[in-house]
Write a protein that binds this ligand. Structure first.
Ligand SMILES: Cc1cc2nc3c(=O)[nH]c(=O)nc-3n(C[C@H](O)[C@H](O)[C@H](O)COP(=O)(O)OP(=O)(O)OC[C@H]3O[C@@H](n4cnc5c(N)ncnc54)[C@H](O)[C@@H]3O)c2cc1C
Length: 411
């Protein structure tokens, strides 16, 4: 049997490995347009590659996918984070589970993840066809034809796996070509949207507090049904960022917003305290440092630049001593810190981590990853209408679907 896999990213690499490990006699052709494998894997997690998650409970794991969680069930049970962990360790990549449940190579180097596949393939019949820019695909009878730039003769295979990824970070080679290939073979592509991105806000004051980070903040989007997420958070020059913002961006991936019609959000920097508790904390400081300027007293609780923003945004006196502030004004400050109002006007363009939407899941068998409309055609990874939050969930989905496609097509 001849198997063609288009796309040498996470899903394609794991799929090729799974085919080989299930049946070493299969002829595997892994076509990648870049001159190296796994370009996105290498840069993922800031170069450290957040390979998977430490969450072992599959039901809990599936809640981390705003789209595709039900579809992923079989793949995740077939190749859960625990098995991914063992797979990499047994292929020479020792891993570590950080306290926030993100799993990385001990070396903190994404190259090691890709190297594990390169070393495996070097000993196998897997043909790595680097620099192979696939331009189109077709099916003739039972055979798939893969056409490549600068090559007249198509590569003919019995089974075809599309692992071309989404269209985020296009310079890594993932330009969304696979959607056209899938369409040509009769699949439906759902609407596409960037996901896991920073937000740009109408309010310009975030520039004054740019770089200030909080370990735990709750971001809420004011929509018909309120959507909120709690996690690490960061102010930036143009708005807000960090895992909590990425997660919220994922929940509103298909929502339209712009300068004329912004998305209102609020940020609670003290999700564990009520307004009264926070007011109480400020009052304790006021009782001791009442003669100091209020902004300086507030700066004992939050960074000075943020305390100045609070006072400015609420139109309070910048010079009055803390003990001359009314209880009501102190409570307003606490209320502001617990529900900072911002208006999102734009996604951080081009810096999203994943593409939401893709190959329609109804047309793919979730127990094999084979197309229901084109027998012999398989999908894995981000090309599918599946995406997760940050924390290793997108790579986990790529490994799991790649593994399931690889094992099922070789049986
Ligand atoms: C900056 C960044 C950081 C990230 N960090 C993390 C992280 O730490 N943890 C996590 O879980 N997820 C992370 N993600 C998301 C994760 O990397 C992706 O979801 C995952 O790599 C998708 O894998 P894939 O195999 O489906 O696609 P890709 O990794 O995108 O691979 C697709 C491959 O197909 C090739 N290809 C495309 N079209 C063609 C063609 N026509 N011909 C030949 N080859 C083609 C591409 O060159 C590419 O190599 C990150 C994403 C980004 C952008």
């Amino acid at each position: 049997m001849r198997v063609g896999i288009i796309g040498g990213g996470a899903a394609g690499l794991m799929c090729a490995a799974a085919v080989f490990e299930a049946d070493p006699s299969v002829d595997i052709f892994l076509l990648e347009r870049n001159e190296g494998l796994g370009k996105k894997v290498i840069i993922s997690g800031g170069g450290r590659c957040n390979v998977t998650t430490g969450i072992q409970d599959v039901k809990m794991l599936l809640t981390k996918y705003p789209r595709g969680s039900k579809f992923l069930t079989t793949a995740m049970y077939a190749f859960p984070p625990e098995a991914v962990y063992e797979w990499f360790e047994s292929h020479g990549v020792p891993l570590k589970n950080e306290p926030d449940n993100r799993v990385f190579p001990i070396s903190d180097d994404g190259h090691d993840v890709v190297r594990a596949f390169e070393e495996l393939f070097a000993m196998t019949r897997v043909q790595i066809m680097l620099g192979s820019n696939v331009t189109s695909v077709a099916k003739e009878g039972d055979e798939f034809l893969i056409y490549r730039k600068d090559t007249v003769e198509p590569l003919k295979v019995d089974k075809l796996v599309l692992t071309t990824g989404g269209q985020a970070y296009r310079h890594t080679g993932s330009t969304g070509d696979g959607y056209a290939f899938a369409l040509a073979l009769g699949q439906t592509i759902t609407p596409l949207a960037p996901s896991l991105n920073a937000f740009f806000t109408k309010e310009k004051w975030t520039a004054k507090v740019s770089g200030i980070a909080f370990e735990n903040a709750t971001i809420t989007a004011k929509l018909a049904t309120e959507k909120e997420f709690t996690g690490p958070f960061l102010f930036t020059h143009k708005g807000v960022s960090g895992p909590a913002v990425f997660a919220l961006s994922s929940l509103v991936a298909f929502k339209q917003y712009n300068a004329e019609s912004p998305l209102p959000i609020t940020i609670d920097l003290y999700p564990d305290d009520s307004i009264d508790e926070l007011t109480g904390k400020i009052d304790v400081l006021r009782a001791v440092h009442g003669h100091k300027q209020f902004s300086n007293v507030l700066a004992m609780l939050v960074p000075k630049s943020l305390s100045e923003v609070v006072i400015h945004e609420l139109g309070l006196s910048e010079t009055k001593p803390a003990n001359e502030f009314s209880k009501k004004d102190v409570s307003r400050c606490a209320g502001w810190l617990k529900a900072i109002p911002l208006n999102v006007v734009q996604r951080g363009a081009g810096d999203e981590f994943v593409t939401a939407g893709g190959v329609q899941l109804l047309e793919v068998d979730p127990t094999t990853m084979e197309s229901k409309v084109c027998p012999g055609l398989y999908f894995a990874g981000e090309i599918l209408d599946v995406d997760g939050f940050t924390g290793g969930f997108n790579l986990q989905a790529s490994w799991a679907t790649g593994y399931l496609a690889g094992t099922s097509l070789s049986t």
